[in-house]
Ligand binder design. Structure first.
Ligand code: PEP
Length: 254
């Protein structure tokens, strides 16, 4: 079976001032050095836009990758309040979360907008972390699988297989985000396997290379059993990424 390098990506959401981001970065680098067995995971911190310049100073030369949590799909223009991919690459970002469920829900982002953002991120050399996931009503109605496969297809349909090869997908059931309620490893695996099957329909050869992350109340105590699943290649971590000691412990548990 093909080995995929795991990714542990922190999503700070709307937390951390510039000073707090600097303190976190310094603390994380120091505590990672003390990890007994090191880590083979690719580590990413997805920070608010305002903290990215500080993270560039602290982390650009380190093993930790910098990511944003959103972007617009134009390079520049009259789009008040938006941030372009060019602005992100200038700040040493290599990853960008696209289509997080909070963006879909509170900011009304739809699949068509998300598809444009994924395409533009790739055009600028950013790795999009495409988030998909069902709400509780869909899960209880037995429609989770079909819904999530549709989200993946709608976001990627226009891309070439070579473009699809470069993306990362995060399966994040909405009912598990920030709730303390994690999907069981079996349920998460079933969904991630279905996502990989969808990817295979869009880009047959690339599907086995694409990293699929699980997200939703991941912590040090449950990450290992999730990542033991054959189609789960890492985690997108919200709450448990905010404290550098806790995040180090989580990375050490992979
Ligand atoms: C997230 O924000 O993507 C997330 C999974 O949050 P949490 O880990 O807090 O559930």
């Amino acid at each position: 079976m093909m080995t995929r390098k795991p990714i542990i990506a922190g999503n700070w959401k709307m937390y951390k001032t510039v000073q707090e981001a600097k303190d976190f970065a310094a603390g994380l680098l120091e505590s990672l050095e003390k990890l007994e067995n090191g880590t083979n995971a690719e580590m990413v911190i997805c920070a608010p836009f305002t903290a990215l310049a500080a993270l560039k100073d602290e982390l650009e030369e380190s093993i930790i990758h910098i990511g944003a949590q959103n972007m617009y799909y134009e390079t520049q223009g009259a789009y008040t309040g938006e941030i372009s991919p060019l602005m992100l690459t200038e700040l040493a970002c290599t990853y960008v979360i696209i289509g997080h469920s909070e963006r879909r829900e509170y900011f009304k982002e739809d699949d068509a907008l998300i598809a444009k953002k994924v395409k533009t991120a790739l055009d600028f050399g950013l790795t999009p972390i495409l988030c998909v996931g069902e709400n509780l009503a869909l899960r209880e109605a037995g429609q989770a699988l079909v819904f999530v496969q549709g989200q993946v297809e709608n976001a990627l349909r226009e891309l070439s297989p070579e473009e699809i090869r470069k993306i990362v997908v995060a399966y994040e059931p909405i009912w598990a985000i920030g709730t303390g309620r994690t999907a069981s490893p079996q349920d998460a695996q079933e969904m991630c396997a279905a996502i990989r099957a969808t990817l295979a329909r869009l880009a047959a050869e690339a599907a086995q290379e694409i990293r699929i992350l699980y997200g939703g109340s991941v912590k040090a105590s449950n990450i290992a059993e999730l990542m033991d699943q054959p189609d789960i290649d890492g985690a997108l971590v919200g709450g448990a990424s905010l404290d550098f000691l806790g995040f180090t412990e989580l990375i050490g548990s992979v």
